[in-house]
Ligand binder design. Sequence first.
Ligand code: ADP
Length: 587
Amino acid sequence: MEKQGTIIKVSGPLVVAKNMEGARMYEVVRVSDHKLIGEIIGIDGDKASIQVYEETSGVGPGEPVYSTGETMTVELGPGLLQSIYDGIQRPLPLIQKQSGSYIKRGIDVPGLDREKRWEFKAVKNNGDRVVGGDIIGEVEETSLITHKIMVPPSISGTIKSIKNGSFNIEETIAVITDENGNENNVMMLQKWPIRNPRPVKEKAVPNRPLVSGTRILDTMFPLAKGGAGCIPGPFGAGKTVTQQTLAKYCDAQIIVYIGCGERGNEMTDVLMEFPELEDPNTGEKLMKRTVMVANTSNMPVAAREASIYTGVTIAEYFRDMGYSVALMADSTSRWAEALREMSGRLEEMPGEEGYPAYLGSRTAQFYERSGIVKCLGTDGNEGSLTIIGAVSPPGGDLSEPVTQNTLRVTKVFWGLDAKLAYRRHFPAVNWLSSYTLYMDNIKDYWDKEISPEFAQLRTEALGLLQEEAKLEEIVRLVGTEALSPKERLTLETAKSLREDFLFQNAFDKVDAFTPLKKQYWMLKSIMNVNHVAQRVIEGEDFNFDELLKLPVMERIVNAKNLGANAEDDYKKLWEDTEREILSLRKA
Ligand code: ADP
């Protein structure tokens, strides 16, 4: 490492150095003789502003800055899964072992194990022509996931040699001769700069849902695979539970979970809990298909800023293998605050609420890395990256800049509501304010795979819930007596929708996950009561108490306990509903 410049100012995580000629934006430098890890985020003449990812106390003017010549990159290759990294991809368990629970400064641990050997199975042969992104071999990384080894994006040519066997990630597994006759040694380890999206052949339009098993999300406000969604909510409304339920149950093959350091100890909770979670489909540990990026509370703010880029780059890498990947970031507000703090120290012109003017563009750049894509290789693989970001608006005020900027780029809004959480209605997603813009994208999938009736039932149900909110006003003023039988029925149906469909306990083994088809059956059971009852109540003196006492009503409350394949049971329920309700008809 070569000395490059001299520190002239230290302000928390920001260090300014002079004599930095030749420095490049986003270059990694080492700061002071502690060799603290920093990244150049501003250049002005021979002065460079450096964002330092470690505690800068005790560092002062006059101390050296060393150049590394590298940009901020992540290491990609076998060994990513099951890892827990800090914001700059240092494996947390390893640095803790080296330095105790309070991370020592200047510690240098590579993101991927250099010693470990992996069984590499070639899927291409000598003489095959390959381009960047082509899969040339496979490694059983965990019992759940096969890691596809790809030609790095910048390389193409003819395979001169490729071999099966046991290799570490730095050994040559293939040699590719390019057009000009140059030989490129390909190893399993690749590096990629975290701030640059990885290239794809093309982005496609999302056309199928990411199924999470949570009814209010999947049925009412579905998110598309390759889409972007946001979960804003005040403290205690259920952001973390929702993100974790998604991580556990959503039908993405790979999960990248970024903890941006919510409150003091929360990250430690996540770090303890997450590795214990079981993959409901296989009974194996969820970590076997998960990568975690976490900022512990003793890491400076700057690391939070990097963590979302580190996480999303890893997610893109798995997408490029043709996997469906879901990335959860909890909470992006902490990331935005880190941005604000650095911007303040850089003495930039502040925008709204002190956030930098580029908050909006940075937020967009992050979410725009989601998508359903044709992968770079010639195999025609398709991969997807779905991004779900939690936002914690102070005081639940959704007009604040982080929420607003996020809403501008995400197409799904799952608004968590403190009032619902207080009433213990979970998931506390507000059905009046939440929305999805993916309905048109996924409707064909619903029509074909679930039922042509599903979308219509959803629209009706949402309509009833909106109607309920209006009627509640009237009831508050003049009581239920003032309502027509039809309005009364609306209230009963809406109540049933809320209590028997939208309410869902994330901690109940059976209830936590409902397959999409079963969501349709449940919804239809409830809406069926409404439809049949409408035929009966018209123009008659209808007795609601009799309706509520019908045996089928109890069965609808318990419909969530019917099995995931119990189509016949649901059909029977619909028939019985019709028969019992019609029997109420006055002769
Ligand atoms: P936040 O991250 O928004 O501060 P949490 O996700 O920690 O909030 O949720 C707070 C509490 O609310 C949880 O500890 C849990 O008791 C309850 N909770 C949230 N969502 C659910 C859910 N889907 N099912 C059951 N309980 C929930």
